[in-house]
Design a protein around this ligand. Sequence first.
Ligand code: PLP
Length: 364
Amino acid sequence: MVSQIQAKPGIMDIALYQGGKSHVAGVQNVVKLSSNENPLGPSPKAVEAAKTTLSTMHRYPSTDHKSLRTAIADVHGMDPDRVICGVGSDEVLAWLTQAFAGPGDEVIHTEHGFALYRIGALAAGATPVEVPEQNRVTDVDAILAACTNRTRLVFIANPNNPTGTMIGSADVARLADSLPPQAILVLDGAYAEYVPGGDGGLAEVNARENVFMTRTFSKIYGLGGMRVGWGYGPRHIIDILNRIRGPFNLSLPALAAAEAAVRDQAYIDECRAENARLRTWLAEALAAQGVPSDVSHTNFVLARFKDADEASACNTALESEGLIVRAVGGYKLPYALRITVGDVSSCQRVAECVARFKSKAVRS
Ligand SMILES: *Cc1c(COP(=O)(O)O)cnc(C)c1O
């Protein structure tokens, strides 16, 4: 008998999330290059700060996150009252769809956009609308052409995951200024810190009432396991999101770690420089083997192969050597592999493995 207990429409259209793998059976010396984590880990100051909270874990954490919001605002030159902190930026993205989109509403995301935009739209009962990119780059005109009077949210990651590409601030401004009046532009800045001098769209947010930015501590800050992200936007949007935010959504160690991490910008500068150096090295080593990639503005490289079969065979070769990268067929990029820029030795292992794979392919 079919149960009468059923999920709301849209929920069962959500495919279960497949996270990056971290183990290979029978292989030693495994490195995980599938989730865009910082290979250098967090600032030692963040680890210390989290430890000092452990003796007071019987106390509830702060509900207004004032100390963390102030630290974030100080570092970025923002108004702390326009910052909201979530359990990863995932939570902030989920609040946006929950608060602004429902049945009959449309939520735009791009062709190779982050999976959570579609999931969030479906979870809220809204309709996700996928817009083509142009050669793996966000296409502002295509997005504007897809807008209707039902469009409530437009999500773009800038730089984007899994493509690594980005659009400039003039394009972002043009998109924001041309949206229908009921729509919010969400700039997901998960990789903003990797862009030298980049502000993740701060200037665009500050100048408008319809632009919102999300950021995370999971990537360059190396705190993925702590689950802290934040949003910054117009007061009227922050006020709405605060009504659905759980009062104690962030734990004591998470708040302390994030605050210490954001105040240690010297460490972030080091991570940015090291990532840029190794990313260039890796992209060039792969290109020399006939595996090109678009210029990446992130901590990963989207390596392109001849076709889906070659990408999948190379993925198997990498995995057999304990190198776990991300197949991105689910992002409509079956011919590519997304490879996180690891430490020196991981980058070398990837380059050597791909070289061996390619030379075998030539001989056979
Ligand atoms: C990793 C990532 C996020 C955020 O993750 P959280 O860990 O939830 O902060 C958001 N958007 C994109 C595009 C990402 O790649």
